[in-house]
Design a protein around this ligand. Structure first.
Ligand SMILES: Cc1ncc(COP(=O)(O)O)c(C=O)c1O
Length: 480
């Protein structure tokens, strides 16, 4: 008997036992569904050695598909900020544009124009005095955009120091200890000393307190985060700017701000329009955001925008000529997908200001709804409630007899498919463990209800473990 047939026998419409009478059918099924049992094809493949021969595309597809199937479900991923849902027209555009390379501005002049339209729209959304004078670029994400913002600050500082005959040996960048890792990378890769202002229970974010202790003549700039990754809280950009005004008044140092608006720069304009965090604050010279976060595009898109061309030193910019003109480019990568840029333009056109406002407001409402329920549960104390970006974090309310941690809760929730990370806060607050939810487009009120049900079940279960266990369940074992 052919083992291919045998291996199919338990799975078909014939029940669990192989039925010899159905042999013909089974032979047929090898043809109809050849992927798992194709004659003369290997059924297992090397994982770490380069494969020696070809296989059919459908076999290769099935193998990759099946491996990816074991990943978590992106829609239940409450850990990520990144877009996991776009509509059918966006999906169609994505397929049509999958072959476009963003750097090929000669070949794809329309995509290049659309890129410029997008960042000009962002300059407008972020209140640049004259969006026509602003300059920007798409990037692969906020990390690359942050590197570019940091490099522009550094070069600008080097120029002014050199012009004054002063040393450029020891640049530093001032920021919160709760910055996203991209800023640590920037400092590491580009030889800038990071100066972290520690957050604390009184100063949950960088708020200008004590700033004069960190800023000096070697400070290339201050990073303000609109939507701290750990908690979702906004740093008060205008207040930080006032602190820098006071520093300038006493020292003469004119220190500029880069806003890391990875998430918040696509939230605040729509639902907190009166919050002044953007180019309305004169010290803000550049802003980054992730198109793939609350810009509502699939992964692979960031934006960096400078208030004006003067804020981006010319010697960082390379000129690419196309369409008989000159296109300045400032980026770390050369090749990169162009499709995401078209998707961003699609979203801007499709939703407009009003549509973005409605989407973000909805996420905001779901975040407030969830955080108020979690606050009502005895075991939890909120760190913040999601009223800035729709992201919030909570801690365990201290209780002596609790036999579980937020890491256990994370595991219990994962059994239901929910990915809700628990992690320690940054330096100075490392003893505090929080758990965080990022509410994104597509996390509906209905899903939020289901989540809360599972959360209550998980907490009831974990609390029941504190009581002495009956002997059988101890035997079956629940170990931490
Ligand atoms: C505040 C902040 N900055 C930068 C980043 C990095 O963004 P990206 O993943 O788009 O590179 C993140 C990502 O979570 C973030 O939250």
């Amino acid at each position: 008997m052919n083992t291919h047939h045998h291996s199919r026998a338990g799975r078909g419409t014939h029940g669990n036992r192989w039925n010899p009478k159905a042999d013909g059918d089974l032979l047929g099924s090898v043809e109809i569904n050849p992927v798992f049992a194709r004659p003369e094809e290997a059924t297992s493949f090397p994982k770490f050695r380069f494969p020696t021969s070809q296989i059919l595309p459908e076999t290769a597809y099935q193998i990759v598909h099946d491996e990816a199937m074991l990943d978590g479900n992106a829609r239940l991923n409450l850990a990520t900020f990144v877009g996991t849902w776009m509509d059918d027209y966006a999906n169609r555009l994505y397929m049509e544009a999958a072959d476009k390379n963003m750097i090929d501005k000669d070949e794809y002049p329309k995509t290049a124009q659309i890129e410029a339209r997008c960042w000009t729209m962002l300059a407008d959304l972020w209140h640049a005095d004259d969006p026509g004078k602003a300059i920007g670029t798409s990037t692969i994400g906020s990390s690359e955009a942050a590197m570019l913002g940091g490099l522009a600050l550094k070069r600008r500082w080097q120029h002014s120091r050199s012009a004054a005959g002063l040393s450029t040996d020891h640049p530093n960048l001032v920021m919160s200890s709760a910055v996203q890792v991209c800023w640590e990378k920037f400092c590491n890769y580009f030889d800038v000393e990071p100066r972290y202002v520690p957050i604390s229970e009184e100063h949950k974010v960088l708020d200008g307190h004590d700033l004069a202790r960190y800023v000096d003549e070697n400070t290339i700039g201050v990073v303000a985060i609109l939507g701290v990754t750990y908690t979702g809280m906004y740093e008060p950009v205008a207040q930080i700017s006032h602190a820098l005004d006071a520093i300038e008044a006493s020292t003469g140092l004119d220190v500029k701000i880069h806003v890391d608006g990875a998430s918040g720069a696509m939230i605040a304009p729509f639902i907190q329009p009166n919050l002044e965090w953007d180019f309305r604050v004169p010290r803000v010279v550049s802003i980054n955001t992730s198109g793939h976060k609350y810009g509502l595009v699939y992964p692979g898109l960031g934006w960096a925008v400078w208030r004006s061309v003067e804020d981006l030193p010319r010697d960082l910019v390379f000129n690419v000529s196309y369409l008989g003109g000159e296109m300045p480019t400032f980026a770390l990568n050369f090749s990169r997908p162009g499709a995401q840029v078209l998707l961003q333009y699609y979203m801007f056109l499709r939703l407009g200001f009003d549509g973005y406002r409605r989407v973000q407001e909805d996420a905001h409402n779901v975040a407030l709804f969830l955080s108020s329920h979690i606050a009502d549960m005895d075991d939890f104390t909120l760190w913040n409630n999601g009223s800035d970006i729709p992201v919030f974090a909570w801690m365990l309310t201290p209780r002596a007899d609790r036999a579980w941690s937020l890491y256990d809760l994370q595991d219990r929730l994962r059994m239901k498919g929910w990915l809700v990370p628990a992690y320690p806060m940054p330096a100075n607050l490392q003893d505090i463990t929080v758990q965080r939810i990022v509410v994104r487009n597509g996390f509906s009120h209905d899903l939020a209800d289901s989540f809360l049900e599972d959360m209550h079940d998980a907490v009831d279960y974990l609390n029941s473990l504190t009581a002495p266990m009956p002997s059988e369940s101890r035997a079956s074992g629940f170990h931490h």
